[in-house]
Design a protein around this ligand. Structure first.
Ligand code: ZN
Length: 183
């Protein structure tokens, strides 16, 4: 297994609708294992394929990462077939380092997907698992959690995020120049 590089916002990969997966082969199985590895090493509880630069419909989710992988799910072509209720939760995203915002979601969802063996998964989820699966499926549709905020909130939060990133990049450049000059 290997850690894959994360795609960071703004990147068009995160705004692109992903294609259905039509063939379950070893390459896909290896890719999903690498996604899970990347998710754990990045301390995330969910990861969608476009976040590691593949515009295909699969996600990994583990909302209890301290259970040693027992609650890990690989979902291929996941679909929410039914949903109920409302909930609000402060979400973050591995593609938006340092950013968090309260997002409204459905409270309970009914999900269908394929697993790594090609078996059909059909289950209901609520709580953090339901929130996480909705967040990751949004990624497959080119939607990020900031797109779930109202226009004013989105504008403000993205302005601050991009300003912070520009500052971080400037700092990194200064560091690199110092390193080259041995100061
Ligand atoms: Zn995300």
């Amino acid at each position: 297994m290997s850690r894959l590089p994360l795609v960071i916002y703004p990147d068009d990969i995160l705004k692109t609708r992903c294609s259905d997966i039509t063939e379950l082969n070893q390459e896909l199985v290896d890719f999903l294992h690498n996604m899970a590895e990347t998710m754990y090493l990045s301390h995330g509880i969910g990861l969608a394929a476009p976040q590691v630069a593949e515009n295909i419909r699969c996600i990994t989710v583990d909302v209890e990462p301290d259970k040693g992988g027992k609650t890990l799910m690989h979902l291929i072509n996941p679909v929410i077939v039914d949903s109920h209720g409302r909930t609000i939760y402060e979400e973050g995203c591995l593609s938006f380092p340092g950013l968090a915002a309260e997002v409204k979601r459905k409270k309970e969802i009914h999900v269908q997907a394929y697993d790594l063996d090609g078996g059909l998964l059909d289950f209901e989820a609520d709580g953090l698992l339901a929130i996480c699966i909705q967040h990751e499926i949004d990624h497959l549709n080119g939607v990020t959690f900031v797109d779930r905020l109202n226009d004013v909130q989105k504008k403000l939060i993205l302005r601050e995020y991009l300003r912070q990133r520009a500052e971080d990049e400037e700092d990194a450049t200064v560091e690199a120049i110092r390193a080259v000059h041995g100061k």
